[in-house]
Ligand binder design. Structure first.
Ligand code: MN
Length: 129
């Protein structure tokens, strides 16, 4: 089956470090992007199994990246978990409408993030059976 590929899109180095730390003991292959256009390019080239997408990014926003990916056949079902700033609470319907599968509010709950990733990887896995 091979390790699951997870693309983490996050421009804040502290948050990026935290996410990688939380996933350290999992058998995931982690890809990283720190801005939207790079995220899009890496996603298209590497076809990750799941994407953790910070919404507030320099240049192209996480929402724009999500919309562009959802327009492509190979990304119709890829789980995309949005990371949203606390101030953006209440806008979460917008993220789901743009095609995000789920969202996590910042500050990141260190227990919830790994659980949500595992949950969404299982969802797609069962879907392919
Ligand atoms: Mn950000």
């Amino acid at each position: 089956m091979g390790n699951k590929k997870i693309l983490v899109v996050e421009d804040n180095p502290k948050s990026m470090r935290l996410i990688k730390f939380l996933l350290k003991h999992k058998d995931y292959h982690i890809l990283e992007a720190t801005e939207g256009l790079a995220a899009l390019e890496i996603a298209l080239a590497q076809q990750p199994d799941l994407i953790v997408m910070d919404i507030q990014l320099p240049g192209m926003s996480g929402l724009e990246v999500t919309i562009q990916l959802r327009n492509k056949k190979e990304f119709e079902k890829t789980p995309i978990i949005a990371l949203t700033a606390y101030a953006m609470k209440g806008e979460q319907d917008k993220f789901l409408q743009a095609g995000c599968s789920d969202y996590i509010s910042k500050p990141i709950d260190t227990r919830v993030l790994p659980l949500k990733i595992e949950y969404w990887l299982n969802v797609t896995e069962n879907d392919n059976d």
